[in-house]
Design a protein around this ligand. Structure first.
Ligand SMILES: Cc1ncc(COP(=O)(O)O)c(C=O)c1O
Length: 409
């Protein structure tokens, strides 16, 4: 470690940006662009239809108009566009029945990664412990750590469909526990937590005076028969829950960098007060561009239907290979493949790049419970055939490896 890094917070000093080492993660440094140049299918980016053009026409038009009208070069208020917030509040009420005051309970963020850090920021003092389900989105752990808190992983298990065992939470609560972070639906497992699970967690939060930060980035991509429940609606939770959402996943508009956070006005008052210093503001142009997506969001259902076909295709394909297994995800657009019998998951990620020209994510990045798993995004490419072709190449490579390991009969 260079001397200057000794002056840095240890949680930052240990981060790996890929400039001085080869980071294996596709979302760090220029790893992704180098792989794309090699013709690798990036099934590691949770970005619908990437790399193909996929902006819905009304959004495209609004984006062009927002530039042409000439005023988008100006700042917008750091708390976000009133018109957009009104539409978001109406949509939340329509979807969940939760009534928000758009001016008092909402803030627009430049994407939900920023929103998540901002949601955690006000609460974490050095040494505060945060319960985080494992596996889950890596930023849950990293955000807590860089703010000086202590992430406490709470294991979930494949045999439970990656759902929550409340006892695992209860036994980890200490007098330092401040918060629970939930990614619901979960990325990478695709589990969408049931009302009962949320009620049990809510009881724990209320009994122990805990804050609950819920990342609902994938709330729009929930398959038929699965209920998406907002923690903020569970009795007693509104006043202690901060919910983070985004246009990136369900709407497939990640490049616009627009997210939103909602909470009780006592909490939101502090977020409004600090917005200018913590997040600046989301792009003026982008906030105007996404407005049509809130006025008519019927395209989301078309996306979910497309994913439904891809979900079934991959489920049957991968489960037909000895040494590979996958559960049908409740939500999201990714498979969480168990490849333990084929070897170490990091090794298999590298093997698939060479053998199948496919990049997916090593499960180890999602927590200790992720070792031996791969996250594979099946929302990639606009055309289903391109996605299926990449899945088929993976399947062939898996079969070859299974054969080498004597797993084929
Ligand atoms: C669970 C989850 N939350 C948040 C994000 C960040 O999304 P964005 O910043 O584009 O809104 C991602 C992106 O992959 C995610 O998977």
């Amino acid at each position: 470690m260079s001397d200057i890094l000794k002056r840095m917070k240890p949680a930052f000093a240990k981060l790996d940006g890929g400039l001085f080492s080869t980071a294996e993660k596709a979302d760090v440094g220029d790893v992704a662009s180098r792989m794309e140049e090699m013709g690798v299918a990036m099934m590691s980016w949770a970005d619908p239809f990437k790399p193909d053009p996929s902006t819905p026409e009304p959004v495209l038009e609004a984006a062009v108009n927002a530039i042409k009208e000439g005023t988008s070069s100006h700042y917008i208020m750091p708390i976000g566009s009133p018109e957009l917030k009104k539409l978001i509040a109406e949509r939340i009420e329509k979807k969940s029945g939760l009534k928000l005051d758009p001016e008092r309970n909402l803030i627009i963020n430049p994407g939900s990664d920023n929103g998540l850090l901002f949601a955690i920021f006000p609460w974490i003092c050095p040494g505060d412990e945060v319960l985080i389900h494992d596996p889950s989105y890596p930023n849950n752990f990293q955000d807590v750590e860089i703010l000086g808190g202590v992430p406490v992983a709470v294991p979930t298990y494949e045999e439970d469909g990656w759902h929550i065992r409340i006892e695992e939470y209860k036994k980890r609560v200490t007098d330092k526990t401040k918060m629970i972070i939930l990614t619901n639906p979960n990325n990478p497992t695709g589990a969408c937590y049931t009302r009962k699970e949320l009620e049990e967690l809510a009881e724990l939060c209320i009994e122990n005076d805990l804050i609950c930060v819920v990342d609902q980035a994938f709330e729009d991509t929930v398959f038929e028969g699965i209920e998406m429940v907002n923690m903020a609606q569970i009795p007693g939770m509104w006043e202690r829950t901060v919910t983070v959402c985004s246009v990136s996943k369900g709407m497939g508009l990640s490049g616009f960098r627009v997210g939103w956070t909602y909470a009780d006005d006592i909490i939101m008052d502090k977020m409004h007060a600090s917005a200018v210093s913590i997040q600046g503001a989301a792009s003026t142009m982008a906030q105007k561009a996404v407005i049509p997506a809130f006025k008519d969001d019927s395209f989301i259902q078309e996306y979910v239907m497309k994913y439904e076909n891809r979900r079934k295709y991959g489920y049957e394909l991968f489960n037909s290979i000895p040494g590979v297994s996958v559960l049908l995800p409740d939500a999201g657009f990714y498979f969480w493949l168990n490849v333990k019998e084929l070897g170490d998951s990091s090794e298999i990620v590298n093997y698939l790049i060479k053998e199948a020209l496919v990049n997916c994510n090593d499960g180890k990045f999602y927590g200790a419970q992720g070792s031996g798993y791969l996250r594979v995004i099946f929302a990639v490419f606009e055309k289903d055939e391109d996605c299926y072709a990449a899945c088929d190449r993976m399947a062939e490579a898996f079969r070859k490896r299974a054969e080498e390991r004597g797993l084929l009969v």
